[in-house]
Design a protein around this ligand. Structure first.
Ligand code: DGL
Length: 269
């Protein structure tokens, strides 16, 4: 890919969780033009209604696409992906990549065939997820935990706050005594950011599965077939939907991931 045909890719999440997906893609495709937007005004999405999530995601993607014509949109959020993909695919003509829980690879890799889905409260009850389990893990026992607190803990970690291990343990309590639970699906993009802490609470777990690498490969594959909008090299941009005071740790994190200052996106619904 030369610099003249640098594709513009938007990563969207409610918070910093989408970084866990963006990071994998950036590593694989370092020369794309990346935009990252997080909807901190509506964070967390975990318990929001499906209608609210569809409305927010559509308005935000529409607004960004108007200002920065996009080649691919990655919905780097399981909670949103399990409801918005059909709507976005109807609205936009560019490829829309969703992030959904890695149930199939988890079922395949598990030796005990006893797996756990750790996701938001919204994701664990979606029909999309029940269908994934029915289609790809019907031969496994699948435990589910839906948690908003874990999302908040992960978000806080990237804002420089120490991880609340007591709350983390309480949220995972139901799985601590399931000794043959050997595989966990990190079905929320925030959770790879606290994987080490989760592993400390559940020492019996051997495999933690997330969708970051699969998404990076999917983006690469789409780009090899796509007609990319020709443009000169531009700098990567990060947006949030509400002004907030961030500390130097957060600033360092976004700098490390290739972004400069944080921009505010005004969303008209
Ligand atoms: N990171 C998101 C996900 O993958 C959403 C977390 C939230 O806002 O509740 O589900």
């Amino acid at each position: 890919m030369d610099k003249q045909t640098q594709p513009t890719i938007l990563f969207f999440d409610s918070g910093v969780g989408g970084f866990s997906v963006y990071k994998e893609t950036k590593q694989l495709l370092p020369n794309c033009h990346y935009l990252y937007c997080f909807d901190n005004e509506y964070f967390p999405y975990s318990e929001k209604t499906e209608e609210e999530i569809i409305q927010r995601t559509l308005s935000i993607c529409h607004k960004i696409n108007q200002d920065f014509p996009l080649d691919i949109i990655v919905i780097a959020c399981n909670t949103a992906s399990t409801v918005v993909l059909p709507v976005l695919r109807e609205y936009f003509s560019i490829p829309i990549v969703g992030t959904v829980p890695a149930i199939k690879p988890a079922a395949e890799i598990s030796e005990t065939k006893h797996i756990g889905l750790l996701a938001t409260k919204g994701t664990v009850k979606r029909a999309y997820v029940s269908d994934l389990i029915k289609n790809y893990a019907s031969y496994c026992i699948v435990e589910k935990i839906g948690s908003t607190k874990l999302v908040e803990i992960a978000e806080q970690k990237l804002h420089g706050k120490s991880t609340d291990l007591i709350t983390l343990k309480q949220e995972l309590f139901a799985w601590q005594s399931i000794m043959d639970l050997d595989t966990i699906v990190l079905g929320c993009t925030h959770f790879p950011l606290i994987k080490e802490e989760i592993a400390q609470c559940l020492p019996q777990v051997k495999y933690f599965m997330d969708s970051g690498k699969a998404i990076a490969l999917r983006v690469k594959n789409l780009l090899s077939n796509a007609k990319v909008q020709s443009k000169i090299s531009e700098k990567n941009l990060i947006f949030c939907t509400q002004k907030f005071n961030y500390d130097s740790q957060f600033e360092n994190t976004i700098n490390l991931w290739g972004f400069e200052e944080l921009n505010i996106l005004t969303v008209n619904e």
